[in-house]
Design a protein around this ligand. Structure first.
Ligand SMILES: CC(C)(COP(=O)(O)OP(=O)(O)OC[C@H]1O[C@@H](n2cnc3c(N)ncnc32)[C@H](O)[C@@H]1OP(=O)(O)O)[C@@H](O)C(=O)NCCC(=O)NCCS
Length: 111
């Protein structure tokens, strides 16, 4: 695969750490982590909004694997978080099945 770039610094700040991979025709959110004392205050929302806005300007699909790292966190709640931004559950949808490892995707909204 050519043209792979790590563009996390574009979106990370002192409160939110993100790893984002930009490929020729898609963007993958590898990791997003808000400082634990600052969660549920809109920091994650702001960063995801910036990422999808960027993806839309590039007309790229965004994929990710919603994965609660701790047992007390709920996958359903986490998926609902991403659904607010237009992410859809990847149930091995035909055209998206190259992303078999990712359980959510968001199609670009053309500008
Ligand atoms: C998930 C995360 C990125 C959201 O960022 P945030 O700044 O806390 O979230 P916001 O204030 O912008 O939005 C709140 C929403 O985040 C989601 N969320 C927050 N904490 C959560 C938790 N412990 N488990 C699942 N979802 C959670 C919920 O959807 C919540 O909305 P709700 O209260 O209506 O259910 C952040 O809580 C985090 O870093 N969590 C730990 C690491 C993690 O799970 N990363 C995602 C891996 S795919």
């Amino acid at each position: 695969m050519k043209d792979i770039a790590f563009i996390g610094e574009k979106f990370s700040n002192e409160n939110v750490y993100v790893e984002v991979l930009e490929c020729e025709d898609f963007i993958r959110i590898e990791k997003i982590l808000v400082k634990s004392i600052l969660r549920n205050q809109g920091h994650g929302t702001k960063v995801i909004n910036n990422i999808i806005e960027y993806a839309d300007t590039k007309n790229k699909i965004v994929v990710l694997c919603a994965d609660p790292k701790e047992r007390r966190w709920s996958l359903k709640r986490l998926m609902n978080f991403y659904k607010r931004f237009g992410f859809i559950e990847n149930k091995n949808d035909k055209f998206i099945n190259r992303f078999w490892n990712d359980n959510m995707y968001r199609l670009p909204i053309s500008k």
